[in-house]
Design a protein around this ligand. Sequence first.
Ligand code: ZN
Length: 300
Amino acid sequence: MIGKATISDVAPRDGLQSIGPFVPTETKIALVRALYDAGVRRMEIGSFVSPRAVPQMADTGEVLRAALALDGLESTVLVPNRKGYELAAASGAHRLGLFMSVTESHNRSNLNRTREESFDDLTDIVRDATAAGLKLRFNLSCCFHCPFEGVVPDSETLDWVERVIALDPTMEIALADTTGNASPDQVRRLFEIVHRSWGLRFAFHGHDTYAMGVANTAAAWEAGVRIFDSAAGGLGGCPFAPGATGNVATEDVVWMFRRMGVETGIDWNRLLAAADLAAQVPGGTPGGRLRGVPAVRRAA
Ligand code: ZN
């Protein structure tokens, strides 16, 4: 083995969030359990967002309780604002996921406020969470490409990374390819720069809209990233990133790492079962390639 990659499966949150029909709580819990059975030990379980804004996440507390019963699983919940922070801090979640966009127009469209307003709120939340001893993940959306502004200049992303780093020198930070339109050379270049400047503490969150999710994940790995977001069955999308389809599929990423000799701790056959489950969620738009390759059904 040439190293170890940590996969954080985001299907329960990023994967399900934009599905119209409400996915029954039992289905969400079954997906979490299937991923756990496959060896996934990190997941984005849900979001303490207003149920009026995102009805699909209304049962996050219940799904989280089921996840917290699984030994050794690190559960992350997203925190969109102060109210969500209070709920998340009291929920027992292991890690709180904060987020804002690198670009002004996506931040306004997605969060309905300016980047400075988001950053001010998140600054307070980081301070309080750190004082309370809570683990954090700071997600920066649209680090590579924005649905409204196009390709994002490196300097724009690096300026925000620098400001986020200043909030907490140890916090995990994800550079997200929200639209899936990053290119591998861009992903590699940006991660090389941030690693040189601030060390190995970055995660990559990739989407597969332009079929570059796996290539971008490989580029991030080669630049030194060891924490990756992906979604079983390639579920996902962003209602505020027009045309953005699923997260890069966990099964596609795990297959690549298997072939490269990188350890993930994930059982291939059980992962396929979890991916099939994710792909069958009513109302979802599954993605990924590996579920459709007959030979991988006999692979392990
Ligand atoms: Zn995403």
